[in-house]
Design a binder for this molecule. Sequence first.
Ligand code: FAD
Length: 500
Amino acid sequence: MESKKEKTFKFVVVGGGIAGVTCVEQLSSQFASEDVALITAGPHIKAVTNYKQVSRRLEEFDVEEKPSNVLEEKYSNLTIIHSAVKSLRTHTHCVETADGRVFGYEKLCICSGARPKLLTQENPHVLGIRDTDSAQEFQKRLSKAKRIVVVGNGGIALELVYEVRRCEVIWAVKDKAIGNTFFDAGAAQFLIPSLEGDKEQAAAPCKRQRFTTEEPAPDAAQTFTADEYSRGQNPDPVESGSALGPDWHRGIELQGAEQASRRVSVEYQCEVEHIFTSEEFLDSSKQTPKPDSGSWPVYVQLTNGETFGCDFVVSATGVVPNTEPFLHGNNFLLADDGGLQVDDHMMTSEPDVYAAGDVCSACWEHSPLWQQMRLWTQARQMGWYAGRCMAADILSEPIDLDFCFELFSHVTKFFNYKVVLLGKFNAQGLGSNHELLVRCTKGQEYVKVVLSGGRMVGAVLIGETDLEETFENLILNQMDLTAYGEELLNPDIDIEDYFD
Ligand code: FAD
């Protein structure tokens, strides 16, 4: 492969999602006279726009899907290569792309993201949602559907169940409460009434990003149809586009073929036992369909003994890092979640190879107030920090772990409520060594504070609470709050003034 090298770049970044684009922007601007390459499978790149620092640690930004030449126009030293990386040879420092070209690198950063962990790969009735193509396929199938089964309890399932209209939704969650990845049972109780309300009102204004669903440029390489993708039949599963992010459903009608506006039933503490085609279901004498079950293209048997017929199943049970093309012949250490292990300089276990975003697993000793979650904000932060680490390495300069990894912070929207998550918001890893303070006003706000040893270590803020900045400071300061007790959440006290 060495002898075929078309060109050697100082820096090569793989992946045109938020992590890769942020990393390549950092490198292209800092090393304006060096050759930088971005190799990406999809025709578009993801660009961060309208970046806003909401508080010391909380950030908000829009994300736009753009044609990649926008980046090349901005950085004259940047070359964009539209092809998927097929293999990597770390000992000779080169990558081979699906179109047979070989490129050398001095430093490489892998930002190839992750793909949905599908319940089953081969079933045309099971969809995953990851990118614009798969979201469009979902919309198309939904428009003819009367009932769908959604499996999973993370952010995608939460948003989907809330947004779908005119189609019955059976929502299977493995936990005792909805949204377990983000909330505790109390917050789930606060949100549940939103699912019961009729969602016919006009959508509330939304300031976050929209996704273009324009056709790829005619010269764009390496695309596959949404149908192929949804059936897991794309020629190479890693050649997917970038992951969607917040508000992925904006601009696409998520409407089924039923009359009733919203009908959601939650099946708690269960997983999928088996998925049957309608023939298998009818043939199986063991199955006893409910009298009203009708005839459906697919049937889902849950571990709680219930079986539901539906038009299709949405598998929203997490993601698998896209590591496959990089592993063969190399010695990457992988984490339990399948991600490339990276240290506190975003370096993998292979020399000169870095990784950032959904593909990597942060394996340094974390700050007691931070944890990795495969989120938009962390993809940006990791991409940016990886670029700085690669630069520091080239320049032989020392670099400290960025302060964004000191405190977990995430701002998003669920069920149309603003949601802010800080630190160990779900008392992650604290065992019984913590206490909770909760304030809740039905339909308005839910505030939860996690205290450990009298110090605030985490918080969940749902609604327009205006508490994020003060709580962020209290968490970062680690001030002993024992003396304040429950007064901390007294709605009659202006807490901001209190701690000024
Ligand atoms: P990606 O955005 O997945 O980009 C990976 C890039 O690598 C793509 O350009 C792909 O084409 C390219 N690629 C892959 N393999 C190869 C290869 N072999 N060779 C070359 N290129 C390759 N996060 C939030 O913070 N808030 C949310 O509300 C939220 N909602 C979401 C909703 C949905 C439906 C989904 C799917 C995700 C959501 N996320 C959300 C998660 C968020 O989108 C991801 O964490 C983030 O996009 C990860 O960015 P990334 O750059 O690591 O990977």
